[in-house]
Design a protein around this ligand. Structure first.
Ligand SMILES: Cc1cc2nc3c(=O)[nH]c(=O)nc-3n(C[C@H](O)[C@H](O)[C@H](O)COP(=O)(O)OP(=O)(O)OC[C@H]3O[C@@H](n4cnc5c(N)ncnc54)[C@H](O)[C@@H]3O)c2cc1C
Length: 411
C-alpha cells in the first residue's frame, strides 16, 4: 500500500480528497500551480446541489454530497465554516410530451413523457430524495412570480436541495481541515513530470515540479479542466477523454426587494439555470449546444462581444420566465468545465499506471459530490480493487464501475 500521496490540484475535489486521504493516515502533499486554493474552475462554480440525474448511481453520489454539505462543519470537524448550504429548494422545469429522443443538457432532457416523469420521481424517492411533480395551478401557486407557457410545462421540485453559498470558501474550509490533519499544501508549484518505473504496468515513483522532486507511491489527478494534461504527463491517456469546455456565467444584480421564495432552478425549456446570489441571481447555460461548443480556454475578458451576447441571451430567457425581474447590472464571467466528452459523467478510478488515480471529468456538475468523491478516492488509493463504495451519510452503496474510465458511455 502507498504511504506518500501527491494530489494535483487544490480545487474542491483535490482539497476533499486530500482531507480523506489524511484521515486514512497517508502522508499527503497537494500541489497547486496557482498561489492560493480554489482559484481554478471551483471559483466560478454555481454550486447548485441537486440530486436528479438520469443515472441512478449519480443520484446516490449527489445525495451523499448533499447530506455532507448539510453538515459541512461537522464533516470537517471545524467549529465554524466560511461556506454554508442554503436549502432553497431546486426546481426543474421541463415539457411533458409523448416520449421522444431529445439531446440532454446538464445530464437532463428538456422533454419527458408522463410515464418518464413518474419514473424519475419514483427513482429519486426510492433513494430517499424528496421530489414532487407539480403541474398547472399547483406549479403556479408554488412559484407565482414565474410565467408558465401552458399545461404541458411541468416542474420537478427537490425541496431539500439548494446551493452552497461560497464555493471558493468551501475549498478554504477543506484546506483548513486537511491542514489540521497534516496535509502539506504547496501553492504556486506546478506539476511538470511524473516519474514511473519502466515495468509493465509502470508504477508511480514521484513527481517533478517547478520547485523540485517529490517522491510518492501514489498520485491523484484532481486537476479539473487541466486533467487531460496531467493524464498525458503520467503517460496515461484514458479511454474516456476529458477536455476543457469553455462556459460563461452571468452575475445579475436585481433592483427591488429580494424574492424570498426564489429556488435554484434548472429551466430546461428556456435553456438556462438560475440560483440566488447576494446581489440578485446567477445565470448559467442549460442548452445542449452549450455543452458541445469545445473551447480549450475560457472566453477572455477581451472577448467582450461574446460575453455580452451570452449575457443578453440568458437575461432574455430570465425575463421570459420571470417577467417582474428588474435587472440593474450584468457581469458575465468566463469559466471552464472539465468535460467527459462521451457522456458528461465523472471518472473516479484507478488507472493502468499503478498508483495513479483520477478524480476528474466533473463536467460542470460535481461540486455537489466533491466531499463524497474525495472519500471514494481515498478508498481507492487504500484498496484499488474495490468495486463498491459505502457512502456513510446516506447509507447507499455506490457501484464504482459506473465511474470507471472503461465504462460504456452513459446515455
Ligand atoms: C461555471 C461553472 C458552474 C458550475 N456549476 C455547478 C453547479 O451548479 N453544481 C455543481 O455541483 N457543480 C457545478 N460546477 C462544477 C464544479 O464546480 C466543478 O466540477 C468543480 O469545482 C471542479 O473542481 P476541481 O477541484 O475538480 O477543479 P478545479 O477547481 O479547477 O481545481 C483544479 C486545480 O488544479 C490546478 N492544476 C491544474 N493543473 C495543474 C498542474 N499541472 N500543477 C499544479 N496544479 C494544477 C488548477 O490550478 C486548479 O486550481 C460548475 C463549474 C463551473 C465552471
Amino acid at each position: 500500500m502507498p504511504r506518500r500521496v501527491v494530489v494535483v490540484g487544490c480545487g474542491i475535489v483535490g482539497a476533499c480528497a486530500a482531507l480523506e486521504l489524511a484521515r486514512k493516515r497517508f502522508a499527503v502533499t497537494v500541489l497547486e500551480r496557482l498561489p492560493a486554493p480554489g482559484r481554478g474552475s471551483t471559483r466560478r462554480s454555481s454550486a447548485v446541489i441537486r440530486c436528479h440525474y438520469g443515472e441512478r448511481e449519480a443520484i446516490k453520489l449527489a445525495h451523499e454530497g448533499r447530506a455532507t454539505w448539510e453538515t459541512w462543519a461537522e464533516h470537517l470537524r471545524l467549529r465554524r465554516t466560511r461556506a454554508r448550504f442554503v436549502r432553497s429548494g431546486v426546481l426543474f422545469l421541463l415539457q411533458e410530451t409523448a416520449a421522444r429522443r431529445s439531446a440532454s443538457a446538464l445530464g437532463l432532457k428538456p422533454e419527458a413523457s408522463g410515464a418518464d416523469l413518474h419514473r424519475i420521481v419514483r427513482g429519486l424517492r426510492s433513494l430517499g430524495v424528496g421530489c414532487d411533480l407539480l403541474r398547472g395551478s399547483a406549479l403556479r401557486e408554488a412559484f407565482p412570480f414565474f410565467a408558465f407557457t401552458g399545461p404541458a410545462e411541468v416542474g420537478l421540485v427537490e425541496p431539500d436541495s439548494g446551493y452552497v453559498a461560497g464555493p471558493r470558501e468551501a475549498v478554504l474550509d477543506a484546506v483548513e481541515a486537511a491542514g489540521a490533519d497534516g496535509v502539506q499544501f504547496r501553492f504556486g508549484e506546478r506539476l511538470l513530470a511524473v516519474d514511473t518505473t519502466d515495468g509493465d504496468p509502470p508504477r508511480i515513483l514521484g513527481v517533478r515540479t517547478t520547485k523540485g522532486r517529490i517522491p510518492a507511491e501514489a498520485l491523484v489527478n484532481a486537476a479539473g479542466p487541466w486533467s487531460s494534461e496531467v493524464n498525458l504527463l503520467a503517460r496515461c491517456p484514458l479511454p474516456l477523454a476529458t477536455v476543457p469546455l469553455g462556459q460563461t456565467v452571468v452575475e445579475v444584480a436585481l433592483a427591488g426587494a429580494r424574492e424570498p421564495r426564489l429556488p435554484a432552478m434548472i429551466d430546461l425549456r428556456q435553456g438556462f439555470y438560475l440560483r440566488p446570489s447576494p446581489s440578485g441571481v446567477r445565470l448559467g447555460s442549460g442548452l445542449p449546444r452549450e455543452h458541445r461548443d469545445f473551447r480549450s480556454k475560457p472566453l477572455e475578458r477581451t472577448d467582450r462581444d461574446a460575453l455580452a451576447a451570452f449575457a443578453r441571451e440568458k437575461v432574455a430567457a430570465l425575463r421570459a420566465r420571470w417577467p417582474a425581474a428588474r435587472v440593474r447590472r450584468l457581469r458575465p464571467l468566463p469559466a471552464l468545465y472539465d468535460w467527459t466528452v462521451a457522456d458528461g459523467y465523472p471518472l473516479i478510478d484507478r488507472t493502468d499506471v499503478e498508483g495513479y488515480f483520477v478524480a476528474i471529468g466533473t463536467s460542470g456538475a460535481w461540486f455537489k459530490g466533491a466531499p463524497a468523491i474525495g472519500r471514494i478516492v481515498a478508498d481507492l488509493v487504500e484498496n484499488p480493487g474495490i468495486r463498491r463504495a459505502r457512502l456513510p451519510r446516506t447509507g447507499h452503496l455506490l457501484d464504482l464501475p459506473v465511474l470507471s474510465r472503461r465504462r460504456a458511455p452513459i446515455g
